[in-house]
Design a protein around this ligand. Structure first.
Ligand SMILES: CC(C)(COP(=O)(O)OP(=O)(O)OC[C@H]1O[C@@H](n2cnc3c(N)ncnc32)[C@H](O)[C@@H]1OP(=O)(O)O)[C@@H](O)C(=O)NCCC(=O)NCCS
Length: 178
């Protein structure tokens, strides 16, 4: 766990089978092309795949929804490399540092699993996500033209970004999750 379940705390836990519906709903709230429960189950069952869900425990501000989950991250570790496949925070809970907490735990988890670098793709017009990644040590290493295909058939470009996990997390990762 990243944090104790005290009021006002964000708690990051590993996605389990009972979280799939919640994470699928969160994914739909963040992306036009949302992933289904079975998409998520498939990704999490691939070797090295894991997911994180962020929950809020502030009883004054957070309803039952927030306690079930307000954000997620889906990752995969492949030897010394890892990939951030998706990250998102429910629109009502953005700009509270939840994505920061998720990304930090995801990076530490990948480092603990043996990865030394993390890669991701981000739409070239997604400035919010690029700022989040840059703040965590990611740098652009490539451009993928027409990487994303949208429901209306249009396409958009993506940057590939890379982060050195040793440098970003230090050599002594802390804060495992359950
Ligand atoms: C990108 C996203 C995950 C950020 O989640 P969040 O919980 O609001 O992010 P945080 O509060 O942890 O913000 C961390 C930093 O990211 C940057 N950031 C986040 N949202 C931003 C915005 N709307 N505009 C500019 N910078 C932003 C800022 O640098 C911010 O730090 P600051 O608040 O100290 O300025 C969220 O906006 C989201 O779910 N977007 C839709 C899904 C998506 O685009 N995912 C990424 C796909 S590659």
């Amino acid at each position: 766990m990243l944090a104790l379940n005290r009021p006002g705390q964000v708690s990051i836990k590993t996605v389990g089978p009972f979280d799939l519906g919640r994470v699928a709903r969160l994914h739909r709230s963040c992306f036009a092309e949302g992933w289904s429960r079975s998409d998520l189950a498939h990704l999490l069952a691939t070797p090295g795949g894991f997911g994180l869900v962020a929950r809020l425990f502030d009883r004054k501000l957070a309803g039952i929804d927030a306690m079930r989950g307000v954000g997620f991250a889906i990752c995969r570790v492949m030897g010394t490399e890892s990939e951030l496949l998706s990250i998102g925070v429910s629109p009502a809970y953005r700009r509270r540092g939840i994505a920061c907490s998720l990304l930090r735990v995801a990076m530490e988890r990948c480092l603990l699993a043996g990865a030394r670098a993390m890669f991701l793709e981000v739409a070239t017009d997604n400035i919010a996500a690029q700022k989040l990644y840059e703040a965590h040590g990611f740098r652009r290493v490539g451009l993928r033209p027409d990487y994303y295909q949208h429901a209306d058939g249009s396409r958009s470009n993506a940057y590939t970004m890379r982060c050195d996990l040793y440098v970003a997390c230090g050599t002594a990762p802390v804060g495992g999750t359950r």
